[in-house]
Design a protein around this ligand. Structure first.
Ligand SMILES: C[S@@+](CC[C@H](N)C(=O)[O-])C[C@H]1O[C@@H](n2cnc3c(N)ncnc32)[C@H](O)[C@@H]1O
Ligand SMILES: [Zn+2]
Length: 377
């Protein structure tokens, strides 16, 4: 995976061109995925997470406690990234399914999977999941909400693939918060002459986009997040304020984990907590068993079930209804669909994509600030 470049410095030629040439991988994915951001997969996630082990330990613990309350029969991790939280999912799930839009990251996540329990890796877009309805007993979407141009569509997909009554754990960074203030301060100081400073924290729009090199993050207000959840008819079962320990200033502080969780539970909407983690659910369990793992796949474009597939050898097929190509190779199901004609969801005209073509344009950035000291994602 190519690097997004380090923090911009004065005189550094990267500051002169805040949007460097994307890698081949970034170009390929950007061309097929208008639902998501243009080039964030070219970022160096491992580097972003260096020095933040305490945050990861905290999030694994919190996730473990929340997953202890869900049906562990088959848990999906949507947006595996480099697999930072995969051990927490694996520890609870009787069967684990990991999904990511970046094949590169998904391959990294594989290193966190043992061979003791059934698991599957799936290269797909969370807005168009290649699974039949009711395939999952529970799911987690951590630190992905703020990457999505259409988070409500992702929630609708999640609702479709969860068995009735299935629960999910998700996180979203909101504003205003102590972190957006920290980012604003950084951006104000790093601003290049002549570039107007707008800031994130107190802007009136429901969602503000922040672009830092190739990474784009959408920041909703607390109210906007509430509205997206209300529109998706999610029943909220619990919510936590999270993330104060990930502030640049506090990374070396050894917070008592239980106290931190308890205050996040008591004050989930405090400005001190830049992220909200919440547990949601739709409907009530109907007692029906999940389909077997070999029968959970469907076309990501038209949702026609693939029937029973072989999970021990490679294969490639076209959807019986829309001819969308789906492949199982190196134990990874590959079925990235980006939306397109008929779905009214993005440019991507033409035939079903095979990994290139489609014509999405990069998402328009408002600010071109350099990456700040606070890494939200
Ligand atoms: C900031 S990372 C977080 C990864 C992991 N959950 C964690 O907390 O470390 C966001 C991940 O979401 C994935 N992602 C973003 N948009 C996606 C989409 N539309 N479909 C699937 N994965 C997506 C990215 O490839 C990336 O791995
Ligand atoms: Zn199809």
């Amino acid at each position: 995976m190519s690097r997004a470049g380090g923090r911009a410095r004065k005189g550094d030629e990267r500051t002169a061109d805040p949007k460097p040439e994307p890698s081949a991988l970034a170009r390929e994915v950007a061309a097929t995925v208008p639902d998501t951001l243009s080039e964030f997969w070219a970022d160096d996630f491992a580097r972003r997470w260096r020095g933040r082990d305490r945050t990861t330990a905290f999030e694994r613990t919190l996730l473990d406690r929340l997953l202890a309350k869900v049906d562990p029969a088959r848990v999906f991790e949507l947006g595996t990234g480099i697999g930072r939280l995969t051990p927490a999912f694996r520890a609870r799930a009787r069967e684990y399914v990991g999904v990511d839009l970046s094949l590169d990251l998904l391959t990294n996540a594989r290193a966190h999977l043992g061979n003791d329990r059934p698991h599957l890796l799936v290269h797909a877009n969370v807005v168009h999941l290649p699974f039949v309805a009711g395939a999952a007993s529970a799911a987690g979407l951590i630190r992905i909400y703020n990457h999505l141009t259409r988070p409500g569509a992702a929630l609708a997909e999640l609702r479709r693939i969860l068995a009735p009554g299935g629960q999910f754990v998700a996180s979203a960074s909101v504003r205003p918060s102590i972190t957006t203030l920290e980012l604003d301060l950084h951006d104000a100081l790093a601003r290049r002459a002549g570039v107007p400073f707008e800031g994130l924290t107190f802007r009136p729009e429901p969602v503000v986009e922040r672009r830092a090199h190739r990474m784009v993050v959408f920041f909703p207000t607390r109210r906007e997040l509430d509205e997206v959840l209300a529109r998706s008819e999610t029943s909220l079962l619990a919510e936590y304020g999270v993330g104060v320990n990930d502030l640049y200033l506090f990374r070396r502080v050894r917070f008592p984990v239980d106290d931190l969780m308890e205050s996040g539970r008591r004050h989930p909407r405090s400005m001190l907590f830049p992220m909200r983690w919440f547990v949601g659910r739709w409907g009530a369990p109907d007692g029906r068993p999940l389909p077997p793992l070999s029968e959970i796949f469907a076309c990501p474009r038209c949702h026609t079930p693939l029937g029973r597939v072989d999970l021990d050898s490679d294969w490639a097929i076209a959807c019986a209804t829309c001819r969308f190509p789906i492949e199982f190779r190196d134990s990874i199901l590959r079925a990235v669909w980006s939306g397109g004609p008929g779905g009214g969801e993005g440019p991507a005209p033409g035939p079903a994509p095979t990994g290139s073509g489609g014509g999405a344009s990069p998402s328009p950035g408002r600010s071109t600030a350099a990456r700040g000291p606070t890494e939200l994602i």
